[in-house]
Design a protein around this ligand. Sequence first.
Ligand SMILES: [Zn+2]
Length: 296
Amino acid sequence: MQRTLGRQERKSKNRNVYYSKRCPTCVAARRYEDQEPHSDRRSHQCPDHRVSPKERLNMLLGRDRTIFVKKIGLASFLSLEEPAKQRLQDQINILVNYWRAAAIKSQAFAAYYILDLLDAHRELPLIIFSQDFFYACIQLVHGDTITSSNSKLPRESMIRCYQEYTEHCRASLLTNVPAHKHALAYLAEQSATILVNSITENFEHRTIHFFCLKLQNAAQDLTKKNAETTACYIYDSMNDPTSPPEWPSSIDRSDLFNSAMDDLRQLFANVPKPINSRPTVPMLYERKLPTGGREC
Ligand SMILES: [Zn+2]
């Protein structure tokens, strides 16, 4: 639930409110509202929303489904006569090679940009977790200008950083293939998903693991189970310091322990907090603890 709310908040904060294109269906029906900006019927803002293939699958089969993939070579898959078959295969191979090059170059620059901000102790903007950010990276590695009208995009700083990146890394530009723009838009969406999955979705688990290691370093005699329980406690108490959860009674709270916990709280003082304060970590650990009991 917390993750779903977090995803919704991230999407809403990153939403481009300055669409250059207005939904033609709504404009034709004279119902387009500036408060609900959208560019076409694919948007959920559109009253006449057109469901995507993924949404249709969810409606027909539900979200809780298993997907099986059967691998089949391109040559066997295509039921075309020659020379059309070879021509299509060649085009697909060209697209795959181009897509891979665009993915490597744009993601390498995105990583450089993010590391550059961290190096300068600057806050990472939320927009880096969006398709707009990665599409802008793709445009830069082509030597193009950033066309997105999303005002949340740090356009100037990205351009400045790209110039520095090309000088440091001697990165060559990618040649634009206009016919494959739709594939690049999909690549940008995929790149944003990869970043979200590798950072925000794993944040809770990694943070608790980090706390465990720090606590075990500070108090050598602490068992792994007690370190996990305490790590859960610290994580939850950071979410809402005004009403901290109950201290796990099975663990002695020594001065050394208190100071280790204060250090961790200080270290994470500026990290954004979850958007609701309902403790989810103890529930996670309920499933992991061998006794099945809740100790947080
Ligand atoms: Zn519309």
